[in-house]
Design a protein around this ligand. Structure first.
Ligand code: FES
Length: 113
C-alpha cells in the first residue's frame, strides 16, 4: 500500500476542495476542513458531477448538481438523490503535500495533462 503525492497543501484553501487528475484512474478529490485533509473520489455517485465544484458544510460535501451530500470521513451518502457511497482514501500530510493510498481507486481515463 503505497502513498501517492496528490497536491501541495497550500493549493487547497480551508473550506475548499481540489480535483486531482491522475493517469488511468477516476479523478481524486482533496478537501481541506479546518486544516484537516480528506481524500475521496471526485465524481458524485449519483450522476457524475464533480464534487470539488460543490461546497463543504463541516465534514460533508454537497454536490453542485442535485444537492446530494456525502460524509467525507465514511463516504456515506447522506441526502437524496445520492444513495450510493463515494470512495474515501487514507490521507496524510507530509513535506507540504497531501498524500493518500489510492490503490483501490476505480479505473478511469488517462489524465489530459
Ligand atoms: S450528480 Fe450529484 S447528486 Fe446528482
Amino acid at each position: 500500500m503505497g502513498m501517492t503525492r496528490l497536491i501541495d497543501t497550500a493549493a487547497v484553501p480551508d473550506g475548499e476542495g481540489r480535483a486531482v487528475a491522475l493517469d488511468g484512474i477516476e479523478p481524486i478529490a482533496v478537501f481541506n476542513v479546518g486544516g484537516t485533509f480528506f481524500v475521496t473520489q471526485d465524481t458524485c455517485s449519483h450522476a457524475k458531477a464533480s464534487l470539488t465544484e460543490g461546497w463543504l458544510e463541516g465534514h460533508e460535501v454537497c454536490c453542485p448538481v442535485h444537492d446530494g451530500r456525502f460524509d467525507l470521513c465514511s463516504g456515506k451518502a447522506l441526502c437524496f438523490p445520492a444513495t450510493d457511497p463515494i470512495q474515501t482514501f487514507t490521507a496524510q500530510v507530509q513535506d507540504g503535500a497531501v498524500w493518500a493510498d489510492i490503490s483501490t481507486a476505480r479505473p478511469g481515463r488517462p489524465a489530459k495533462d
